[in-house]
Design a protein around this ligand. Sequence first.
Ligand SMILES: Cc1cc2nc3c(=O)[nH]c(=O)nc-3n(C[C@H](O)[C@H](O)[C@H](O)COP(=O)(O)OP(=O)(O)OC[C@H]3O[C@@H](n4cnc5c(N)ncnc54)[C@H](O)[C@@H]3O)c2cc1C
Length: 673
Amino acid sequence: MSDSTRNELGMDRKITRRDFMDGVALGVGAVAAGSLLGAAGSAPAQAAPAQPGAVSRRGGVYPPGRDGMRGQNQLDNFGHQLRAGTFWDNAGEPQATGETYDLVVVGGGISGLAAARIFQQQAGRKARILVLEALDDVGGHARRNDFSTTHRQLIGYGGSQSLDAPSSFAPVAKKLLDDVGIEPERFEKYFDKDFEDRHHLGSGVFLDKESWGADFLGRWHGTPDYRKVLAGSPVKAATRAKIEEIYNGKVDYLAGLTRAQKKNKLDRITYLEFLRDHAGADADALKYLQTVSNGNWGYGIDAIGGLDAWVEPFPGFRGTFQPYWDDKPDPRMAPTAHKLWYAEDEYIYHFPEGNAGVVYSLVRKLLPEALPGKGMQTITTNRIRYGRLDQSGNRVRIRLNAPAVRIKHVGDPGTATKVDVTYLEKGKLRVVRAANVVMACQNSLIPYLTDELGDAQREALFDSRRLALCYTTVEVRNWKAFKKAELAHVRYPTAYWQSIGLDFPVSMGRYQFPDKPKDRALLHVTSSFCKPGSGEHPQDQAAYGRRQLAGTTFDEMEFRLRDQLARTLGRFGFDPADDILSITVNRWAHGYAYEYARPWDKFWPAGPLPSHVARQRWGRVAIANTDSAPRAYVDAAIGMAARAVAELTGARLPKVANGVDGIDPRKLGSGGR
Ligand SMILES: Cc1cc2nc3c(=O)[nH]c(=O)nc-3n(C[C@H](O)[C@H](O)[C@H](O)COP(=O)(O)OP(=O)(O)OC[C@H]3O[C@@H](n4cnc5c(N)ncnc54)[C@H](O)[C@@H]3O)c2cc1C
């Protein structure tokens, strides 16, 4: 590729570039040593080449606004070193800090902070609680991306996006949101539902010449007729008609089977098999549909099960099934499908900073002095005072840059009343003592932190391999090209980035989203990394995707992003060289918790479930986090926190989810079987 092509796209421009791997700033231009949370097998991240603009825009400690040369420190390495068994070789002698706590939480994501709050509710305000977080910011996947311009502050999200169907949350999650001041109904006002109609914005699909022979952009408003949308595209007329039939036709592709037989059939096959073997989709139709499931599920149609595809509903089921709302949920559906079954909500429950809004609300509740202000409407605009998170006089302390490296009971775990938690602080090992510990980090790291577990539990914890995703936030000079193209978002079935769109139109309190096309704005760009079309188990695909994600340079990601934007919107006036002002890449090599799904996991739902073995309490240590549900949702993070705390305090075990209670799926009805 010539320099002039790169320069035309703006690769030589001085803009702000930020690159996070599992929340760790890799440092664009730094030699990044590897992912902090790489214990489950990711390859070390490859160094991104030097880029101009990799300088901090802010003074002081404000992690959400940081950029530049970071990530090359001991934190990056400890996961790999623990896994390789080399960590303790040069670790030095741990020093006791003399601190004792009623509860130490390992991991400051939503689950860890929720555990801290629920424990505080049960043990009382006087309870002494320490949250240890490995990274320099709170929130884990719920990651805020801040952009400041001379004109206005723009706030986006780099991970956990929205409160997905809060009406389906179990009481324990609803109660916690209420406790921290989040009133979901307020999003009815905050989310501008008329935005797309007011600006006459619709949807698009872009076919790239590398995969289809020629570039093509199809656009529509409302329900598309794919014969028209794809007219003039490289897709053959017969395939276009088949795609239209699959999306909008009323053909029963499983004709002759009873409803129960249809479910049994779908339970045994993937969605791709349904489309290919029953709906008659040819190779191009399958290629067109391959990534429709990636956003929600983290993997494609070759891995998502037929039953789950039906409940979504993905295209192809209009004539095959009658509507399902008078039916019972089938227990074989994956947890996401159960959630969809019960969901009554629009997709509007979104803070500008995504679910970092939940994190900030929890921080305010636990440590009011660290996040001043009152009411949900000030969560987005008020900043955490990072210097107040870990003050010696406080009953609750949140210690950042402090990865736990060893959890050990003082004596026999069966009878001990204390646990020593060793963590790293500025390269030195420190020890605090706790009466209770909640592990709210990812499951697959836990066996490296303790030698107190049996083989079965260790194996089950390792089994929780997460899916790989990347969310990129792009600050653009204006969104006139989107307006001119009449597009709010574009799907890319076969390109590197699978979706590009305008950020959600949410205004809260003093925060106003950019409503005018001439305004600076944020784009939300996503991809999930797997092995499209391989037909392998989703977790094996994710392992492949994780290596791919970790091995791709920022430079390459940026080039592909600029190239896709230029080819999609260039003719509507978008100039990536001039119009892109900053790029923040948030790579989640260990992203969504993998939830059990058919046809892969034969043990689902009857059990025994590996997650039940994995999350067992041992001694004074209990396990929270979404891996132990396993479901990649805020309500699961909260539910698992509540369960873990109850295991330690002896409180009644809460019901943690509707439909799939995460405790005993055998109690469910028999559905359509
Ligand atoms: C890209 C993306 C989009 C998502 N979108 C949504 C969405 O729209 N809605 C939704 O409900 N859910 C979404 N999720 C799911 C998300 O995982 C949950 O919402 C939730 O944020 C998970 O919280 P958690 O606390 O269980 O895990 P995490 O967020 O992974 O938090 C674990 C924390 O533990 C820390 N840690 C790890 N090891 C150590 C150690 N040794 N010592 C100390 N700390 C440690 C980590 O740094 C991290 O901060 C999304 C996830 C991703 C990746």
